[in-house]
Design a protein around this ligand. Structure first.
Ligand SMILES: C[S@@+](CC[C@H](N)C(=O)[O-])C[C@H]1O[C@@H](n2cnc3c(N)ncnc32)[C@H](O)[C@@H]1O
Length: 346
């Protein structure tokens, strides 16, 4: 685990890092000596334009005198907005991508840790952080920096290595997956994570034409495998790339594990804000909120609750919050965002 931090719980200012990266650097980081090639300035919006900032600030206001964990630090846009608006707040940023950690600024109220948010228990187990926090923010998915960096392999528009790992904790690249998984597994990935109607034909074409090492070759193969009509509404490789990214980074299992830990890490009165960009992610968040707010553990066939459990959580957004039309116009990548917020009440 690597930490970039300023002042936390009586420590002296400055940065420290721990733990070497044990795996070889992927190509995109080898070429840049471990850092991104064009280093963005801290909180430069070219890294990523943060989504629904006023809404996030408002839902997290009750946490503004305490600690907030920004579980998907990225370009740090949400963290910066919180630090600028709330003078007393302290933030633990988490990101599994070393590029995100490397570009975090030195700020005495901010510590950024390279980790998977599914390991939030391990991060908050560190001596310099509190066990329970007043706010948790999770802005799921990939950053514009990840999508737009040549060699990361997230975009079918950009030629380069078929990698797609958000960070070195992911075991296999998209090329490993595409070149070794059997046809059935590929089909089920495209169906499940991409809701791709032509999953079977695409999986068959990939298996017949592999190996693939390059994004463009894979995108061309996918385009050739679908009927002409399916090539009209957007690039036919979009859903396949999204599905591979979700599989490579084990995103849904990580999110499911995270939700359980996150509730436990909220202090009484603490708020959790989750922003999802994909229906499968949002479903996991919504279900976890509903289950936690219900709390009853009686068998479903009992007519009345006999377990006497008191829910320790309430949902503050009965209807999901979405970006305004003006925000979507300014930042089209915000269009699929869905925000949900809840509060720990016991
Ligand atoms: C949409 S971006 C966040 C952007 C950020 N809110 C901002 O304002 O710049 C998502 C970030 O979450 C990180 N991420 C995704 N899944 C993660 C996980 N399981 N653990 C830690 N970081 C993750 C990605 O590497 C990416 O940097």
């Amino acid at each position: 685990m690597k930490v970039r931090c300023g002042l936390a719980r009586g420590q002296s200012p400055g940065c420290h890092r721990e733990g070497p990266l044990l795996r070889p650097l992927p190509l995109w980081r080898q070429r840049s000596g471990g850092l991104t090639m064009d280093q963005p300035t801290p909180h430069d919006q070219t890294y990523h334009i943060p989504v629904m900032v006023p809404e996030v600030l408002s839902w997290l206001e009750p946490a503004s005198q305490g600690w907030i964990v920004d579980c998907t630090y990225g370009g740090g846009g949400h963290s910066r907005a919180l630090l600028d608006r709330y003078r007393a707040v302290r933030i633990v940023g988490i990101d599994r991508d070393p590029d995100a950690v490397d570009q975090a600024p030195d700020d005495p109220r901010l510590a950024v840790v390279e980790a998977n948010y599914a390991n939030i228990d391990e991060v908050l187990g560190r001596a310099e952080f509190p066990d329970r926090v007043e706010g948790i923010l999770c802005d799921l998915g990939v950053s514009s920096h990840q999508l737009d960096t040549d060699g990361r392999g997230f975009s079918y528009h950009r030629a380069g290595s078929l990698d797609m790992r958000m960070g070195p904790d992911a075991d296999r690249s998209a090329a490993d997956l595409v070149n070794t998984a059997d046809e059935q597994e590929l089909m089920s990935i495209f169906k499940r994570y991409g809701e791709e109607r032509h999953a079977r034909a695409i999986a068959a074409a990939i298996v017949a034409q592999r190996p693939f090492h390059d994004t463009t070759d894979l995108a061309t193969c996918v385009a050739g495998a679908v009927p002409a009509a399916a090539r009209r509404g957007g690039h036919p490789a979009r859903k396949v790339f999204q599905a591979l990214r979700i599989a490579v980074n084990d995103e849904l299992a990580g999110l499911t594990a995270f939700m359980d830990s996150a509730f436990e890490r909220l202090a009484t009165g603490g708020r959790i804000v989750m922003m999802a960009y994909h229906s499968l992610e949002d479903r996991i968040v919504k279900r976890a909120f509903v289950d936690r707010a219900r709390a009853c553990v009686c068998p479903p066939d009992l007519p009345v609750c006999v377990c006497g459990a008191n829910p320790d959580f309430r949902i503050l957004t009965p209807k999901a919050v979405r970006p305004t039309a003006a925000e979507i116009e300014n930042n089209p990548r915000s269009r699929s965002a869905v925000l949900r917020c809840g509060e720990r009440i016991l």
